[in-house]
Design a protein around this ligand. Structure first.
Ligand SMILES: [Zn+2]
Length: 392
């Protein structure tokens, strides 16, 4: 089978000495300060003189800045450039979403707890691996134990501070992979209400049981934080425990998503999914107006009660991972238009209105009876195949 190549990010734990840790902390602090200052400059100049400050203008000013502040002169220029690039990306994403008609939040200033990473945008220039150590210019050699060999061409190096310590991320190009064998099978998948997902073949993948246990533990940690006096040492300690609990939940979820995605691409060559909608539109039933101009019950409150925003976020994360997995495996994930996948009968095409509480699809036209979620997954597959010219 032909080898192909993909982009891949390797993440490894680093073990800085206390002095190095302090130095990394200083870089983060200066990067955050620069980010906030650059954001303020953009806002002020726009308000006062209607000027849109560009990234290149801000980059040109970096030289003066480094001359004026010795703390900044001690930081690799690429790291500071990346801060401005990051701000620029945030701005562009903001305007893109504005144009699309969303209601994005304005780029915001970052507090101490909201700035955790800095990036060397060119591997070998300020940051490189050498004989099992990470070498950062002006900081030194940091111990790193690579859990697996890094393949491909490293492009950027990012240092990240997390609840349990420091990490390094190598973003690599041209990482060779051997595609998974083809199975000749296709399917559609949909998010389930009780299970995590369901395929068009009716196969359900359950939510892992540890979710609920982790949730209860998170609530406990959160409660401990809110009971403690603000600014106290005990509260800081409780916040640390809460942060580690959150980190653990995120990792468990990512692990589950990766495993589920891999199992799917092993079993199927093409997987059809509903296209992801903007967060503020996703899966919220449209308001239903009655003949007196009032609003009828549309099931929205019921959905809210099911904590769907959390479920949506999880689903979104999973789809992102799934979309990246096939690239590694030489398979395909295709998104289809999500309108009416629940309502339209997969047997005859008739539109059968149903509220959210109706868990079974019963077609009054052709007599098809199916579980609601499985039926939607079948529709998603059918839609995808028809669009691809592969009518089943
Ligand atoms: Zn039907």
């Amino acid at each position: 089978m032909n080898e192909t190549s993909v982009r891949k990010t390797y993440k490894e734990k680093v073990r800085p000495t206390p002095a190095q840790e302090a130095a990394l902390g200083v870089v983060l602090w200066r990067c955050r300060t620069l980010y906030n200052a650059a954001l303020e400059q953009r806002i002020t100049l726009y308000r006062q003189r209607g000027i849109c400050v560009s990234r290149s203008t801000q980059e040109a000013e970096l030289k003066d800045l480094r001359a004026a502040f010795p703390e900044d002169a001690a930081i690799h220029s690429h790291v500071l450039q990346d801060v401005l690039a990051r701000l620029d990306r945030t701005y562009q994403a903001f305007f893109r979403r504005l144009q699309r008609g969303d209601k994005p939040g304005f780029p915001r200033f970052h507090g101490k707890d909201r700035y955790h990473t800095f990036t060397y945008n060119e591997y070998g220039n300020g940051a490189r691996l050498d004989n099992g150590s990470l070498v950062l210019s002006k900081i030194g050699r940091i111990a790193v134990r690579c859990s697996r060999p890094i393949e491909g061409t490293p492009k950027t190096v990012t240092i990240s501070q997390e609840a349990d310590g420091w990490y390094v991320l190598f973003a690599c190009d041209s990482v060779p992979v051997v595609p998974l064998p083809e199975t000749g099978r296709e399917t559609g998948i949909d998010v389930g209400l009780k299970v995590f997902l369901i395929t068009a073949d009716g196969e359900a993948i359950e939510n892992p049981r540890h979710y609920r246990r982790a949730e209860r533990y998170l609530v406990k940690c959160q409660r401990r934080v809110s009971k403690r006096v603000k600014g106290s040492h005990r509260r800081r300690k409780a916040i640390g425990i809460l942060a580690r609990a959150h980190q653990q939940v995120r990792r468990q979820r990512a692990d589950f998503h990766h495993k589920t995605a891999l199992a799917l691409v092993r079993a199927y060559d093409i997987i059809y999914v509903e296209a992801i909608q903007p967060a503020n539109l996703s899966r919220r039933p449209a308001p239903k107006q009655d003949e007196h101009g009032g609003y009828e019950h549309n099931g929205a409150s019921r959905k809210a009660g099911l904590n769907t925003s959390i479920q949506d976020a999880g689903w979104r994360h999973f789809l992102t991972i799934l979309a990246c997995t096939p690239a590694c495996a030489g398979k395909r994930v295709e998104a289809v238009n999500p309108a009416y996948t629940t309502q339209d009968c997969s047997g005859c095409g008739a539109r059968i209105d149903k509220s959210l509480s109706v868990r079974t699809h019963v077609c009054t036209n052709c007599g098809l009876i199916l579980d609601r979620d499985e039926h939607a997954a079948k529709n998603i597959q059918w839609r995808g195949q028809r669009l691809g010219g592969l009518v089943a």
